[in-house]
Design a protein around this ligand. Structure first.
Ligand code: ADP
Ligand code: ZN
Ligand code: ZN
Length: 699
């Protein structure tokens, strides 16, 4: 007697199928079992979702069904909690369950057959935790840390640890993790971090703290920079319960951890927690869901929380849902936050990139053997090349954007599609040989600083060393580590870079941080731009003065044409709460998140007309849906995206808004069918792809 088994497989994202297929097996299978199944000519990895019953009982013609090829018996089935998480994510972010489930598993698992997997597991072996760790070393906690931990232990959460940069949040995370591990022989903790380039430092701290007690296997990492083999090993260790701590980027939220008891989301405000391909999930939001559903404690941490989390952590009496833990002071008796200094660029020489007072401050740092960090959010030498005679500009022929001039290899590079060409000898339109760079990027900033500092020497008589860190300088494996090492070892006097250097790093000798041109974001049409700017500047300021033995007064410099802007005023006072309050007031008046819920429907086609036609047709078809689904739903007209064309593909989007999350969810789910039908209409011929983005970050 055979059984019908429903199996999740990876189905092309835009097919109408949900990714659940039915197969036969000679006996029922436990839900969550991993199997290999045939699909067309291929054999795929699948996850058993359910045993549906027997074909005869369901009046199904079983001759049309194919049998499961193999069951991966060496692995314990994925548990109900994991399946619920995947099911929720698929439903909430409007993707197929099969797609989300298979994307949540390590890629290499898809390529191994049962024999290969068994071999792998044998090789990995089972390492038992060496002891229960009551001997975990720790530092003496500050009063604020002790207070935060006491509240954490006394309440259920979820928690938002709102702590200044350098207030010892990581220490709190480690302490709570140690508590958990010391009181259970199997409990697991998931620690999430935003960026791959920050993981090594955190990983080292956690390993140094926990491996001596629990063994090398106890702490594993999970991020896309790892080799597929290492990633699979980490996953297997987490799934088997052998790994007690998983450190990872957003993908780690889906890790199968049967004994999960604690989730930490460090730098919870960071946009990289939101996926921008496939299912566009927010790992932070899923962490909250997972914690709630699995009865797991969740602690978010940040010096500049997202406005959503800040709002959720308002007082209980006002409807708050998170417990806010506050650590306002930096660790160390003399450690104070940097003093914020604004240079009014209206009173500086025109077009100057580094103002005289800022240069002076940098020179003083060099003379004292201290380091400075100067950042500018634009890589390359200049954002545009330009001909003054005819007005030609270095547009990308494939995108609605300019190609950036990179002086180092004399190329024009498109940062959107990658199209790269050598710089022309003369203007391509009029032949004028005198084409000039317009605007500034990090390469030019580095060159300019080098010129300004040629006459300056270090206390040891050596010339000044300026290093640049951005996506260009770190393209090769190991180069970032090498450059960071130069900074840490003190070889570098001035560090130049993009926001890549502003976040997370624990630089001990930096006593001055400067943002040379932060104003752009003040007047952006994106309602989240001020929030991102404030947090970036606050994080950048957090890189300065981290070691009270080097300086007692560090500085954060801002070159601005709007020195009295309220955002800078709040920054000067390091006053995130008042900044957040003013932003929340504005958003409330404007009916923006977190006071409303949004989704975007995005489309791509060869022409803008087709891209928009799909959106408008889908919107038109929505009006024919039952009225109950449309109450409290606002559909906005289709518009081109800010950069409308990338790599010869035209992009458009449409905003859907509701004051009710439930109403929005109900509408989107019902709309899926309409979208698939719309896509098949003649006016949508030529549509390349479409996707729904729930809770989008960039609008
Ligand atoms: P955050 O994560 O809030 O930026 P960290 O946890 O990285 O802060 O702490 C900043 C620095 O202070 C680190 O070098 C850390 O080792 C040190 N530190 C943290 N807590 C203590 C403590 N209780 N006593 C001494 N040093 C501490
Ligand atoms: Zn010209
Ligand atoms: Zn391009």
């Amino acid at each position: 007697m055979s059984s019908l088994i429903s199996v999740l497989v990876q189905i092309p994202a835009y097919s109408r199928m949900t990714g659940v297929l039915t197969y036969l097996n000679d006996q029922p299978l436990e839900a969550g079992s991993l199997v290999r199944v045939p699909l067309g000519q291929r054999e795929l990895l699948g996850v058993v979702w359910d045993t549906v019953g027997e074909p005869s009982a369901l009046k199904i013609d079983s001759t049309k069904l194919r049998p499961i090829t193999a069951v991966m018996e060496a692995l314990a089935p994925l548990n109900a909690n994991w399946r619920t998480l995947v099911g929720f994510a698929a439903q909430y972010y409007q993707r197929s369950t099969g797609e989300v489930a298979l994307a949540a598993l390590p890629p290499q698992l898809r390529d191994l057959n049962t024999t290969q997997l068994a071999k792998r597991l044998k090789k990995q072996g089972t390492h038992f935790n060496e002891n229960t760790g009551n001997a975990i070393t720790s530092v003496a906690l500050s009063a604020e840390q002790t207070g935060a931990i006491a509240q954490f232990n006394a309440q259920e959460g979820p928690f938002l640890l709102f702590g200044a940069t350098g207030s010892g949040k990581t220490e709190v995370f480690m302490h709570c993790t140690a508590d958990l591990l010391a009181h259970s022989t199997e409990a697991q903790a998931l620690v999430m971090v935003p960026e791959i380039n920050l993981t090594p430092q955190l990983e080292e701290r956690f390993k140094a703290r926990f491996c001596p007690c629990f063994g090398e296997q106890a702490v594993v990492s999970m991020h896309s920079g790892m080799t597929p083999t290492r990633r699979l090993n980490s996953w297997l260790a987490a799934h088997s319960g052998q790994a007690r701590i998983v450190l990872g980027t957003r993908m780690a939220v889906f890790t199968s951890m049967p004994h999960l008891k604690l989730i930490i989301v460090d730098e919870e405000h960071d946009p990289s927690y939101k996926s921008h391909e496939g299912a566009r999930y927010s790992a932070r939001d899923l962490a909250i869901y997972r914690g709630h559903h699995e009865g797991v404690r969740v602690m978010l941490g940040s010096a500049t929380p997202s406005l959503e989390s800040w709002y959720h952590s308002r007082p209980l009496a006002e409807g708050g849902r998170y417990v806010r833990l506050h650590m306002p002071s930096r660790i160390g008796v003399n450690a104070v936050l940097p003093q914020v200094r604004r240079v009014d660029m209206n009173h500086q020489p025109r077009h100057c990139l580094i103002s005289p007072p800022l240069l002076d401050a940098i020179v003083q740092r060099i003379a004292r053997g201290e380091q400075s960090m100067v950042f500018l959010n634009r890589r390359g030498y200049a954002p545009v090349l330009h001909c003054a005679d005819c007005g030609w500009k270095s547009e990308c022929s494939h995108c609605s954007a300019y190609r950036v001039f990179h002086k180092i290899d004399r190329t024009l590079r498109c940062h959107h599609c990658g199209f790269t060409e050598c710089v022309p000898r003369a203007c391509p339109t009029c032949g004028n040989p005198d084409i000039a760079p317009m605007g500034r990027g990090t390469e030019r900033l580095q060159e300019h600083l080098a010129e300004l500092l040629t006459q300056v020497t270090r206390p040891d008589g050596q010339p000044v060393c300026i290093v640049r860190i951005d996506a260009d300088s770190t393209r090769f494996k190991g180069s970032l580590e090498q450059q960071l090492e130069q900074v840490h070892s003190g070889q570098v006097d001035v560090l130049v870079g993009t926001q890549m250097i502003a976040k997370g790093h624990d630089f001990r000798r930096i006593t001055l941080v400067a943002a040379v041109n932060p104003d752009n974001a003040l007047f952006s049409s994106d309602f989240r731009a001020p929030e991102r700017l404030f947090s970036l500047l606050m994080q950048a300021a957090g890189r300065a003065g981290r070691d009270a033995s080097i300086t007692t007064q560090s500085e954060m410099w801002l070159q601005t044409f709007h020195p009295t802007h309220p955002l800078y005023e709040a920054l000067k006072r390091h006053d995130y709460p008042s900044f957040a309050q003013s932003q929340l007031n504005e958003r409330k008046l404007a009916g923006m998140p977190p006071f409303c819920f949004q989704a975007l429907l995005r489309s791509e086609a060869r022409t803008q007309e087709t891209a928009q036609s799909f959106l408008n047709s889908a919107s038109g078809a929505a009006t024919a849906m039952p009225g109950s689904l449309l109450t409290r739903i606002t559909l906005y007209p289709a518009v081109p995206m800010t950069i409308a064309r990338v790599a010869d593909v035209e992009r458009a989007q449409m905003l859907i808004e509701s004051a009710s999350r439930t109403a929005l969810q109900r509408f989107l789910t019902a709309w899926q069918d309409v979208l698939h039908t719309t896509r098949a209409l003649p006016q949508c011929k030529g549509l390349i792809r479409w996707a729904v983005d729930v809770d989008p970050l960039l609008i």
